[in-house]
Design a protein around this ligand. Structure first.
Ligand code: UDP
Length: 236
């Protein structure tokens, strides 16, 4: 069992809201406990959070808003998730830094990749907020980009309720089974849509391993970073 030294965890926005709009402090506290256990085990941790519990630009566009402005609202929503997570991590004694792609000096550091690496080397958990700072991107893509730039060994994608990649949609096809390991090329051949195409392509081109898993089971993040086969591992 080989563990990872530096990991990036992508948390979907939905998980912060516990299924509702906004942030559910109890849920965030639970996630913070899981992350604290990983940091305390000596693994360096970076996090990218989504913002779907507040706004998704594409959804607001469908309801008549300008896409660019709506995407900026999406990015601002993400920051609230970051601050909530930071709060609960710090309460557990974990040093954290939030770095945002949109500068907001009163609440977070600006995104400075080399400083982020330094924080992680010092044992601080770095939370990257406000997405890429650019409309038309998803936080899945941000997760892969930040992981590459801060030299993480793997990206763990929480897929909110689904515990990995399945041979078919398990909600539709009862015979669907979870895939333990797959290559990027096999996933394409089998037509499996794992995440948005930009994120998938960026990871594939740079041979960045991904673990797709669900937060459902307590301790699953720690077990995954320690090398236990949790969810689905996607490799080059
Ligand atoms: N967003 C953006 N650029 C980015 C990242 C996010 O414009 O680099 C916006 C976009 O509107 C997106 C929203 O922020 O819908 C929330 O992010 P996402 O949908 O990826 O969150 P998740 O689905 O993971 O909760």
């Amino acid at each position: 069992m080989t563990g990872y030294k530096r990991v990036l965890l992508k948390l979907s926005g939905e998980v912060f809201g516990g299924g509702k709009v906004g942030v559910d402090p109890d849920v965030v506290q639970g996630i913070a406990r899981e992350i604290a256990a990983v940091a305390q085990s000596g693994v360096q941790v970076a996090i990218v959070t989504g913002g779907g519990n507040f706004f998704r630009g594409a959804e607001l566009q469908q309801r008549g808003m300008d896409r660019v402005r709506a995407d900026y609202m999406g990015m601002l929503g993400i920051v609230m998730n970051c601050l909530a997570l930071q709060d609960f991590l710090e309460k557990l004694g974990i040093d954290t830094r939030v770095q945002t792609a949109i500068t907001m000096g009163q609440v977070a550091e600006p995104y400075i990749p080399r400083r982020a690496i330094r924080h992680m080397e010092k044992g601080r958990v770095v939370i990257f907020g406000a997405g890429m700072g650019m409309p038309f991107f998803s936080t899945d893509t941000v997760a892969v980009q930040r992981a590459l730039e801060s030299r993480c060994d793997v990206v763990l994608f929480d897929k909110n309720g689904v515990d990995g990649i399945y041979t078919a949609d398990p909600k539709v096809d009862p015979t669907a089974t979870r895939i333990e390991q797959i290559t990027f090329d096999e996933a394409i051949e089998r037509g499996l849509r794992i995440m948005d195409q930009t994120a998938f392509t960026l990871a594939r081109e740079n041979k960045l391993p991904l673990i797709v898993f669900g937060l459902g089971e307590p301790g699953s993040i720690l077990r995954a970073v320690q090398g236990e086969r949790i969810g689905t591992l996607v490799t080059a």
